[in-house]
Design a protein around this ligand. Structure first.
Ligand code: ACO
Length: 371
């Protein structure tokens, strides 16, 4: 038995949710480029969960179900106010509260198709409410209830700020949600599948996935990108920052990818959005610095930006606190996690690989008093 480090190149399951073939990403056979240009996030949720795009009636039904499920249990909101929120990373809060939500859900242990669908809708709707409510509570403000007439993207920004977003912000945020919704067998999705393959419940799978997404080698990178851009400060400092970082073998956040070697197809959409939004805010430096970083890293190391790189300046331009970048990734990616969890349940087999043992040979046990 020989191990493949990081399971690189290992095909661990079949899936019909999304594919990466020759650097082209599709959800259920639809190109990410088409979806990013034309689809609402709700259409993508429907597509991921049902394998087809919804007609108008089906879409309206899903929107209504999401709207009806979006409120958090009042008791939980009350509890949140007593937690040490100012010390905790928002991903820690999200992981904890999503796990707690299971205790308020009468369907938590219902493993029927219907029970799982009801949980799916609740998780998708409530994670958005949760991230925005948390953000307001830690600022000493009251949470804002969603508006039924707003779409998913607009509602998130509304619940976060208390103001309805303009059309450009809504479209940009919608596109970001669409681009992050699913990505084949990424680390957090694999985590979710491993968890539920033991026939554990959906809340456990999503809680585990949130934990995996938090790390800076995965979803946590977008927050780190903004930290890096702030540290660099101006375009003039890009070259020296990179020289120093690379000499010290530091990873540049938002660059590189395990699967894409010719570039992440999502990055170009976010780059365009970053250009547009930083022009509107008058803070073009975030975009200019990002482009300079991209060009220098490409020339020097052949490294290309991934989805996390330009999403940082996009979210910053939308006025979103930097430590909410990764929770927003989760608010979108939960749609994909759910699609994969449902697919795993449909054709389940326990996921239990082997390890190539490299420890000591057989040892003779010596009683404690003789050691
Ligand atoms: N900065 C500097 N060097 C890098 C980077 C980077 N961001 N990414 C890869 N490299 C270099 C490595 O140092 C290594 O060089 P070496 O062979 O000379 O030692 C080589 O490229 C291969 O890198 P690995 O880390 O082995 O590649 P792996 O496939 O394991 O990692 C990963 C992929 C984790 C995404 C990596 O590129 C990375 O750490 N990137 C920064 C974090 C990041 O942006 N994560 C988000 C990924 S996208 C997502 O999850 C949503």
């Amino acid at each position: 038995m020989t191990a493949t480090r990081g399971l690189e190149g290992v095909v661990a399951t079949t899936s019909s949710v999304s594919s990466i073939i020759d650097d082209v990403l599709t959800y259920r056979g639809y190109s990410i480029d088409d979806l990013a240009e034309h689809a609402t996030f709700e259409e993508v949720i429907y597509l991921l969960w049902n394998g087809k795009l919804p007609n108008e009636q089906e879409l309206n039904n899903l929107k209504e179900e999401l709207a009806n499920a979006s409120a958090l249990p009042a008791e939980l909101l009350q509890q949140m106010k007593s937690l040490p929120l100012s010390q905790a990373h928002p991903m820690t809060v999200l992981r904890t509260i999503v796990s707690t939500l299971a205790m308020y859900d009468a369907d938590a242990e219902d493993m029927t198709v219907e029970g799982n669908y009801r949980k799916a809708v609740r998780l998708q709707a409530q994670m958005s409410t949760l991230v925005t409510a948390f953000s307001r509570i830690r600022e000493g403000k009251e949470p804002v209830a969603p508006k039924k007439e707003l779409g998913f993207a607009a509602n998130f920004l509304y619940m976060l700020t208390g103001n309805e977003p303009d059309e450009i912000s809504e479209n940009a945020f919608n596109q970001a949600l669409v681009l992050h919704a699913d990505h084949e067998l990424n680390a957090s999705t694999f985590t979710a599948r491993v968890c539920v393959a033991t026939l554990s419940d959906m809340y456990s799978g999503i809680t585990a996935a949130i934990g995996a997404l938090k790390g800076p080698l995965h979803g946590g990178a977008n927050e780190q990108v903004m930290k890096m851009l702030s540290e660099i400060g101006s375009v003039e400092n890009v070259e020296s920052y990179l020289k120093n970082a690379l000499e010290n073998k530091k990873k540049i956040m938002g660059f590189g990818h395990r699967v894409y070697k010719n570039g992440d197809p999502r990055a170009k959409h976010l780059r365009e959005m970053s250009k547009q939004l930083t022009t509107i805010t008058g803070e073009e430096k975030w975009y200019t610095m990002s482009v300079q970083l991209e060009e220098t890293l490409k020339a020097q190391k052949g490294l290309l930006p991934n989805v996390d790189f330009y999403s940082a300046s996009v979210y910053h331009s939308l006025g979103i606190p930097h430590d909410l970048f990764t929770p927003i990734f989760a608010v979108s990616r939960v749609s994909g996690w759910i699609a994969h969890i449902l697919e795993q349940y449909e054709n389940n087999r326990l996921i239990r690989p082997r390890a190539d043992y490299i420890g000591p040979d057989m040892q003779t046990f010596v009683p404690v008093e003789q050691r």
